[in-house]
Design a protein. Structure first.
Length: 112
């Protein structure tokens, strides 16, 4: 795996999430969710652990109506943005698959 720039940190609003697609080091296209919390980012594969579908119902619409949890549009499962843990829904107790990520020189960098 190699580190790759995904996006500029400034492209993301604080306490929000966006979806991105990129090629992994294995040459496979992957769909990612990037969550910004202050200067930190959390990155997950955009795949519900219950059904395998993408979470959002419209582009970049990952949070529930209260803006507190990531929500699967297919069945309403709620995930904590800071660790991807599912609190409610058919996949309760499971987690989104985290991707190694950080911020370097104003860029969100992932290792995938």
């Amino acid at each position: 795996m190699k580190k790759q720039r995904l996006c500029a940190l400034d492209e993301l609003q604080d306490k929000d999430a966006r979806g991105y697609a990129m090629m992994s080091s294995a040459g496979k296209e992957v769909s990612l969710i990037v969550v910004r919390q202050g200067k930190k980012v959390h990155v997950y594969l955009n795949r519900c652990p219950h059904t395998g579908v993408n979470l959002e119902w419209q582009p970049d619409r990952f949070f529930d109506l209260d803006g507190a949890f990531l929500q699967c549009a297919t069945h309403g499962a709620l995930f904590r943005p800071e660790d991807g843990y599912c609190l409610r829904g058919p996949c309760a107790g499971d987690s989104l698959q985290a991707v190694s990520a950080g911020v370097s020189d104003g860029w969100v960098v992932v290792e995938i």
